[in-house]
Design a binder for this molecule. Structure first.
Ligand SMILES: Cc1cc2nc3c(=O)[nH]c(=O)nc-3n(C[C@H](O)[C@H](O)[C@H](O)COP(=O)(O)OP(=O)(O)OC[C@H]3O[C@@H](n4cnc5c(N)ncnc54)[C@H](O)[C@@H]3O)c2cc1C
Length: 165
């Protein structure tokens, strides 16, 4: 992910009423295939925040909501890009919690092609259909922590309900 040099969500940086969304706010490396989904999610957030009768849609409030819509995709791609040579900014920084999360995610990556439980959860997160926390529910934890990686099936599943069939 590349965050634009202007921090649009911080106050006093740009004229009132100017909103950045989609690639103008946050640009992703295309290999992750998330930019279109984030642009669409930003459009939905924009509609909801502008039409919410309970809150005045100030520029900053709407901009923060737009940034939140990019957050999950940004976190995924920044984390994945961390080990790349030349990574700059806050992305390469890592503490003990990041190292544990990195260890767990490496085990997820080893298992998702062959394990239907891990695979379903991983694809849902990568496709921005589920929060990252769904990789840490007990059924996925068990597969990631206790089961060895399964071989990748040679054929595609016959149906979504029978991933191993
Ligand atoms: C090579 C490549 C492959 C990609 N593959 C994928 C993928 O597989 N899956 C995926 O999800 N995402 C992919 N993306 C990312 C995705 O295309 C973008 O994240 C998404 O299009 C962003 O939408 P947007 O509306 O923010 O910007 P854009 O789609 O870029 O739309 C901006 C529009 O504004 C117009 N414009 C610019 N300046 C002006 C101006 N001054 N006045 C009027 N109009 C203006 C432009 O002509 C354009 O039509 C890929 C990107 C690239 C470059």
């Amino acid at each position: 992910m590349r965050v634009r040099e202007i921090d649009y969500d911080l106050s006093g940086r740009r004229p009132a009423g100017l909103l950045a969304a989609g690639d103008a706010l946050c640009t992703f490396i295309p290999i992750y295939g998330q930019g279109m989904a984030v642009a669409a999610m930003s459009a939905v957030v924009l509609r909801e925040t502008l039409s919410d009768p309970r809150r005045i849609p100030t520029t900053r409030r709407v901009q923060k909501a737009l940034l939140a819509a990019s957050r999950q995709a940004g976190d995924i791609s920044a984390r994945s890009d961390r080990p790349m040579p030349g990574a700059v900014g806050s992305a390469p920084a890592s503490g003990p919690a990041d190292r544990v999360a990195g260890w767990y995610l490496r085990r997820v990556l080893e298992r998702y092609p062959g394990d239907p439980v891990v695979g379903t959860a991983f694809r849902s997160v990568l496709g921005l259909c589920a929060p990252v926390t769904s990789l840490f529910v007990p059924s996925v934890d068990r597969a990631v922590l206790l089961r060895p990686p399964m071989p990748t099936p040679a054929e595609p599943p016959t149906s979504p309900e029978e991933p191993g069939a």
